[in-house]
Design a protein around this ligand. Structure first.
Ligand code: PRX
Length: 657
């Protein structure tokens, strides 16, 4: 049985107590937690209103915590209130003694490349860049696409957009030209901020080519602001492209830019994520709710204090980086660390060396990273004093108990709270997680829903599941930070999240809740696969495969993978007469890398003459999933139009492995 399997999670019985000596100074004690649960149960709106007022600077107070229209699934948080996210992350800290403390520490991939920005310095850069955007004609509500590696300019761009009320749409720099293009078109961006290339694992990866290719068909983009990172030669298109440093140094750019007063319900950013149908969804987050959930969870879950160095290793191209590298830690005035490189370059001790070098207090990472570092051996961790660490976190995919234990033992030295946090792009911030100093930890479980968050596990018919029975994970009450809609597609928003179980938000995840109220996440129930914590739609990959001239049919499923959690397994039918060989496999892998991203490249491609389909033509993925892992039991196959394909597929799988 694979260590990753759900069965290991089902049998986990170990528990760990929180370190008592830390409780005294924690942001929330066991007693305060009980009290918070009571208030949140009795009057959730009051609870959230208090949190929002306590954590954020409101330029105008809101009238009501929540205005909801359940018919339309419209939930407006803190309506009537006005605030600015950039002002909350920067300006207010200038006046409260933090002007000269480090806001952002940037560690480049080369070990000697480090840049530190105090709050004063970051504020100044953000203001200047906000003025650059304004000079280019960007105003409130305009969309700005950002396609940058993990460099400080990424954080500066986001905060500058927030400052002038422009809606940023960050596109992960690992995405291909095609993915970049579809996201830019979807959000109709006016400006694109990009870089010449990316440094990764000692190599440079060109980005500008993707930009030029993508912009062939993006009429909305008027200007491209280029950050110089690798220094590689690029095609510079005069009139459209301009250099970041030239724009920032222009004599008419001032050091101060007044933050735009935004309505709490105004959109703050769009971030695309994969869904179970082909087209990625542009998740829209609004200012007041999003800022509340990120600040709130940073304070309670990570116990974040003023003098902490917070390190979230996720790329900012994903929601985790938005919420816990940028907005959460900066809203609370902490120091956030941004790392450009990968965990294993130049050596597998890179993470531990960084923790030691900067005295990191809170370390938030992914099971995939931990699995790959565990594989390298604990000798790498022993070289460093990691005693500044106070809290560890994990996110994005189920963490198998053995990996949890390794992380806890070797990095947490057997005592630090290790929090397995559950949430999604759509939820804005963490919704289900243990709190560090309250209650027990169970390896592999994401603990309880946070105060004010109501969850349920239901069967397919909507009835409530019993304790320990797996089912659909729902969030049954609205919360601040929930998505407001899918950009330009309200109907899809309602259909995806609210149609099947009316009145609740459907997460798409399967889970169970045990007799102690602990949540155990079992993975996606829809056609979404989670590779190294990255959400990929199977349909998206299938569409790309079918678009290849040699392919007539394709089906993709997720299979367990020891390091990545899941990997992509593709069944491909080629046009007749073509060679079913490794050369074709490589060509198809390169194609996927180009059309989507290297992260979507299949681990295995099985050539098949036919796929198991129902009489109405629907592919039975359940069977394909089972065959891919060497299974032989397929349950009911009576609806198949041609059951003989199964044997051929089983034989094909055996040849592959
Ligand atoms: O399946 C769940 C998984 O990641 C999905 C959300 O992906 P994304 O929107 O990209 O956001 C990732 C980071 C917040 C979820 O539907 N997931 C997230 N956290 C966990 C998890 N699966 C198991 N355990 C977790 N802690």
């Amino acid at each position: 049985m694979s260590e990753n399997s759900i069965e290991t999670l089902m049998n986990e019985e170990r528990t760990f107590d929180p370190p008592e000596e830390m409780l005294e100074n924690s942001n929330i004690t066991a007693q305060q937690y009980e009290e918070a649960c009571r208030i949140a149960d009795e009057d959730p709106e009051k609870f959230w209103a208090e949190r929002a007022r306590e954590l954020l600077l409101w330029k105008r107070d809101f009238k009501t915590a929540l205005e909801s229209d359940p018919e339309k699934n419209e939930y407006k948080w803190f309506a009537g209130g006005r605030l600015n996210a950039s002002e909350n992350c920067l300006d207010r800290h200038l006046e409260n003694g933090k002007r000269n403390k480090a806001a952002l520490i940037w560690q480049g991939e080369p070990e000697d490349e480090v840049r530190v920005f105090t709050y004063h310095m970051l504020h100044r850069k953000v203001c200047r860049f906000a003025n650059v955007l304004k000079k280019m004609g960007v105003s409130k509500g305009d969309r700005v696409a950002i396609y940058l590696p993990m460099v400080p300019e990424l954080v500066i761009s986001m905060l500058a957009c927030a400052r002038i009320g422009a809606v940023h749409s960050v596109i992960f720099a690992g995405f291909s030209a095609v993915s970049l293009q579809s996201r830019i078109i979807d959000c109709d961006a006016k400006i694109l901020i990009a870089a010449d290339g990316v440094l990764r694992g000692g190599k440079t990866i060109p980005l500008k080519r993707n930009v030029d290719e993508a912009l062939f068909e993006c009429p909305s983009v008027e200007q491209v602001i280029m950050v110089k990172r690798t220094g590689d030669e690029i095609d510079f298109i005069e009139g459209r492209d301009t250099w970041w440093q030239d724009e920032m140094a222009a004599p008419d750019i001032e050091d101060y830019c007044k933050p735009e007063s935004m309505r709490s319900t105004d959109p703050m950013f769009i971030l695309h994520t994969s869904g179970s149908t082909g087209k990625p969804k542009g998740i829209v987050h609004s200012t007041g709710g999003y800022m509340t959930i990120t600040a709130h969870t940073s304070q309670w879950v990570f116990d974040l204090k003023d003098d902490d160095v917070h390190w979230c290793t996720a790329d900012i191209g994903w929601i985790t980086g938005h919420s816990y590298t940028v907005y959460g830690p900066l809203a609370l005035g902490a120091t956030t660390l941004l790392f450009e490189g990968v965990p294993t370059y130049p050596r597998p001790d890179r993470y531990w060396e960084i923790i030691n070098r900067y005295g990191v207090n809170i370390f938030y990472t992914t099971p995939t990273a931990i699995r790959s570092l565990r594989r390298e051996g604990s000798q790498w961790t022993e070289k460093y004093d990691l005693s500044t660490l106070r809290i560890l976190g994990s996110v994005g995919e189920p963490i198998n108990p053995e990996v949890w234990i390794w992380f806890h033992e070797h990095i947490g030295k057997g005592k630090l709270p290790l929090l397995d946090t559950w949430w999604q792009t759509e939820t804005g911030g963490i919704l289900i997680s243990p709190l560090p100093y309250v209650g027990k930890l169970k390896p592999g479980s994401t603990g309880h829903a946070l105060p004010g968050i109501k969850t349920a596990i239901v069967r397919s018919d909507g009835s409530e599941a019993s304790a320990n029975e797996g089912g659909h994970l729902l969030i049954t009450e609205p919360w601040p930070g929930m998505l407001c809609t899918i950009h330009n597609d309200d109907a899809r928003y309602r259909r995806t999240y609210f149609e099947r179980f009316p009145g609740s938000y459907e997460t798409g995840d399967g889970a169970r809740i045990d007799e102690d109220g602990f949540h155990w996440i079992m993975g996606r129930l829809d056609d979404v696969i989670n590779v190294s914590g990255h959400r990929l739609g199977t349909t998206e990959i299938e569409s790309a495969l079918i678009a290849h001239p040699d392919v007539t049919e394709a089906a993709v499923v997720g299979i367990p993978h020891d390091v990545k959690g899941q990997s992509v397994y593709a069944y491909v039918t080629l046009r007749s007469g073509l060679d079913q060989d490794d050369e074709t496999r490589t060509a198809l892998c390169n194609w996927i890398s180009e059309k989507i991203s290297p992260i979507a490249v299949p681990e295995a491609i099985q050539f098949s003459e036919g796929l198991p389909k129902t009489r109405s033509g629907k592919i039975m993925r359940r069977i394909l999933r089972s065959i891919a892992v060497g299974g032989t039991e397929f349950g009911d196959t009576s609806t198949l139009s041609d059951a003989s394909v199964i044997n051929d597929l089983i034989e094909g799988q055996k040849v592959l492995f």
